[in-house]
Design a protein around this ligand. Structure first.
Ligand code: GDP
Ligand code: GDP
Length: 470
């Protein structure tokens, strides 16, 4: 067994009460390696219980591809590159899965830290060397992970990995969790410091907005249509990271920072474009207050889109969906209410997500796009007074009383308050947090959403144990 801390003992601390990260993730960590080295096992180990919680969200594919990991006061987003590929290539238009080298190349472009996962039992293989060769070009730190290092004899081959000249391998067992604490220490140490984040103008009411979606859905066309001819409204904001260009625009509602507009077109129309756009979207929504997810009206129900929306929600960005290329539907299709129904049901893990039907070609919906984004931003920033909140929640609980739990015990709400947070977060002081079940929390969330206009805004409920009258 490798020495050092294991993840197991820290499990409890890794788990957020409601599956949402308490801290903003500060980087993207990609797990790369040939098939069968244990990437998915490691990924699952790192994201821990969060997986189970998130898969309870109906409509979201169980196949998770990203997850937020919190470790010693830092959070990062782990990406399973092989899983990413499965999602990006889904559907009739999908072609063959990208190979390991392609996955490594994408990680090279998009990740802040790369974990090269190797199998200590098998030692170095030709396929490992090919991946390592690609990763040699990495500007970002690469952590070599010797997985499956359970027994002494497994570790005899680890010296082969040293010969890569990419630093000391971290010996772990993804299966048992041994050594994963050391791995997390290494990853966290390699993450970029917060100071390196993109410089943002000092404006109080600045709305940070990300336009994301699959290639060719019309993101740049929509942006151009929104900007119209008046280029004087636009200025670019160069960042200090590899993420170069944000675009600052002035609108009647206020300033909007469109994050990573350069990345919208990258990398042209190569066969990896789906893959890049997915990874990029998963990343940029972290910096956004509002995500505009653009989908193609002629193929609006893709798993990739749902993963992006799920990610935006988890990262705390309010989300709206622009169903673009509306002009390509004939009038029957446009009248057909079942499209909207299907869309709503595909996104029912994010209740109330607003849909806007747009066409960059005819201009339909363009004028409403940014005002809708502002409305979402405002809803996300809304603060509800404590008396109004308590009054409303009490009434909601009378209308539909909480189900009784184990031993006939019921949830009692003593007091609620909106916590200070960038995402609307409500602390509920209750007799026993365990009695707040997922479905009842969802009921209260939806009630709050309808009453206070939080459509499209991720809400968080945190139950805290309290005593009556305290
Ligand atoms: P991937 O293709 O790189 O994602 O690899 P998987 O995570 O699917 O793992 C491939 C196989 O290796 C599975 O049978 C796992 O159970 C096994 N495996 C993964 N991690 C470990 C480990 O730490 N020790 C051992 N003994 N087996 C492992
Ligand atoms: P991006 O990759 O998401 O930025 O997509 P583009 O903005 O480059 O658009 C891809 C293609 O779709 C281009 O040929 C556009 O002219 C076309 N397109 C974009 N929006 C619309 C639309 O609303 N209707 C139609 N018919 N075509 C559109």
């Amino acid at each position: 067994m490798p020495q050092g801390r294991t993840l197991g003992g820290h499990r409890r601390r890794l788990r957020a009460e409601d599956g949402e990260p308490a801290i903003r993730p500060s980087g993207l960590v990609a797990l790369v390696g040939r098939p069968n080295v244990g990437k998915s096992t490691l990924f699952n180990r790192l994201i821990g219980e969060r997986r189970a919680i998130v898969s309870e969200q109906p409509g979201l594919t169980r196949d998770r591809i990203y997850g937020t990991v919190e470790w010693r006061g830092t959070a990062f987003t782990a990406i399973d590159t092989a899983g990413l590929d499965r999602v990006a290539k889904e559907g009739p238009e999908g072609d063959l899965p990208a190979n390991t080298q392609q996955q490594a190349r994408v990680a090279l472009d998009e990740a802040n830290v790369i974990c090269l996962v190797l199998d200590a039992r098998a030692g170095m293989t030709a396929a490992d060397l090919e991946v390592a060769d690609i990763l040699r070009r990495a500007r970002q730190p690469v952590v070599v992970v010797a997985n499956k290092s359970e027994a002494r004899e497994d570790r005899l081959l680890v010296h082969e990995f040293l010969a890569l000249g990419m630093g000391d391998p971290v010996e772990i067992s993804a299966l048992s969790g041994a050594g994963t604490g050391d791995l997390l220490d290494r990853i966290v140490a390699a993450l970029p410091p917060p100071a390196e984040s993109v410089a943002e103008p000092e404006t109080t009411n600045l709305l940070r907005c990300a336009i994301v979606g699959r290639p060719n859905v019309g993101k740049s066309s929509l942006l151009n249509a929104v900007l119209g001819q008046d280029r004087s409204l636009v200025s670019t904001v160069a960042g200090t990271t590899r993420d170069p260009v944000d675009t600052l625009i002035t609108t009647p509602q206020g300033p909007v920072l469109l994050v990573d507009t350069a990345g919208m077109k990258r990398p042209g129309d190569t066969k990896d474009a789906d893959y890049y756009s997915l990874l990029r979207a998963l990343r940029v929504v972290e910096r956004a207050d509002v995500a505009i997810l653009v989908v193609d009206a002629t193929s609006p129900l893709r798993a990739q889109d749902r993963h992006i929306a799920g990610r935006a929600r988890e990262a705390g960005a309010a989300t709206m969906i622009a169903v673009n290329k509306w002009d390509l539907l004939d009038s029957d299709e446009r009248q057909d209410r079942s499209l909207l129904r299907e869309l709503r049901s595909a996104y029912d893990f994010a209740p109330g997500t607003p849909f806007l039907f747009t066409s960059a070609t005819t201009g339909r919906g363009i004028a409403r796009l940014l005002p809708a984004a502002f409305a979402l931003g405002e809803a996300r920033a809304l603060r509800i007074g404590t008396p109004a909140l308590n009054q409303f929640l009490k009434e909601a609980m009378i209308r539909r009383p909480p189900p009784s739990g184990r031993g006939g015990r019921r949830l009692h709400l003593y007091y609620a308050v909106q916590a200070r947070s960038r995402v609307p977060t409500f602390a509920l002081f209750v007799n026993d947090p365990e009695l707040l079940h997922f479905s009842y929390a969802r009921y209260l969330e939806n009630q709050l959403r309808d009453k206070f206009g939080f459509a499209g805004v991720p809400l968080r409920l945190r139950a805290r144990k309290s005593e009556p009258g305290s």
